[in-house]
Write a protein that binds this ligand. Sequence first.
Ligand code: PMP
Length: 421
Amino acid sequence: MNDRIIESTARASAPETKRAVARLRQDFPILHRTVHGKPLVYLDNAATSQKPQCVIECEARYYAQLNANIHRGVHSLSQQATEAYEAARDTVRRFIHTERREEIVFVRGTTEAINLVATSYGQGLRPGDEILITEMEHHSNIVPWQLLCERSGAVLRVAPIDDAGELRLDAFERLLGPATRLVALTHLSNALGTINPVKRLVALAHAAGAVVLVDGAQAVAHLPVDVQELDCDFYAFSGHKLYGPTGIGVLYGKAALLDAMPPWQGGGDMIREVTFARTSYNDLPYKFEAGTPHIAGGIALGAAIDYVGMVGLPAIAAHEHALLAYATEQAAGMAGLRLIGTARDKASILSFTVEGVHPHDVGTILDDEGVAVRTGHHCAMPVMAHFGVPATVRASFALYNTVEEVDVLLRAIRRAQEVFG
Ligand code: PMP
């Protein structure tokens, strides 16, 4: 066992960490329920995380006390709802360290954020232009670019990964060229757990004259993110993987780029003046926020970010790292278990296959034991193709998971091996 793993495991099982996590678990009502008569062991956090009571209450309070449409009304409720929604935008701004609040566009989630950029920024692409993505992308960061290529005549290029699940930097660099207009890559792979060296990749892409979109769907709940430090041009994430509600997410874009981009959806709120002859558009960020948004969701996302801030992302990252190190070390010692994704820099995600047992069967046995994991291709079919597997089992950790839960997972895997072995 290497020293890092011993140190991490010691940290995860230290009494003060255990007490802190036990206290935090009280904030999540769903963690107290049972599944098939067993305590729920929720390890599907990469799909969506559970919500603390303060987020649930925040959303309920909005409907109970504040409900009104925003940005339009002169009446008090509308003004208070607008203030709360715009305060959440400031909370997001501080969370990812943007220079200006106009750079925060509220959207439905990561998928919508990427489609916004592909649709709007993509209008500037011409036949022969190139878009560079990586082999480890989620389908949400592949398909919008394929659609854009079909519309524009641009060409999609893919930087490969190696067998540890790390991006091959040499190949990435070689694929960048004068035709590269846009690079889109994930900060943290949902199928492998790989953390990409985003700052370095952004610098390389900028040197080639390309703009960079970072898919931060998995990253924001596990790593402190500073978009100015990364110097990326766009950054996308979803609220629901960050202890917030579904249906709300964020697109960050540098103001100069967003300013120059055409609107992507027309409707209320995104206009300044409408006549049948000509319509002029609203200022940033509203130019990209047509229609009534998920007001309660935006406000509750602010509450989720405040919650994460209260616990502290560095502490969350350290705890999850310790859990991942322990789980990896234990899993690596199990006969018949193959880890998929062994990058040096990883967070939160343990993806694996069990010899002779289909991932869905592993998932069913685990569910019998109360353990919720994801089985399948994780919306990353090219990653599955790279490793020659149709699917994996994926356990993914959050701030409320414990070493004991990892042990329940490992025992349940052994049971699956016995049942199907
Ligand atoms: N990118 C990555 C890396 C993801 O993990 C996910 C969600 N699984 C998405 C994009 C899409 O996020 P959403 O479904 O919230 O739009």
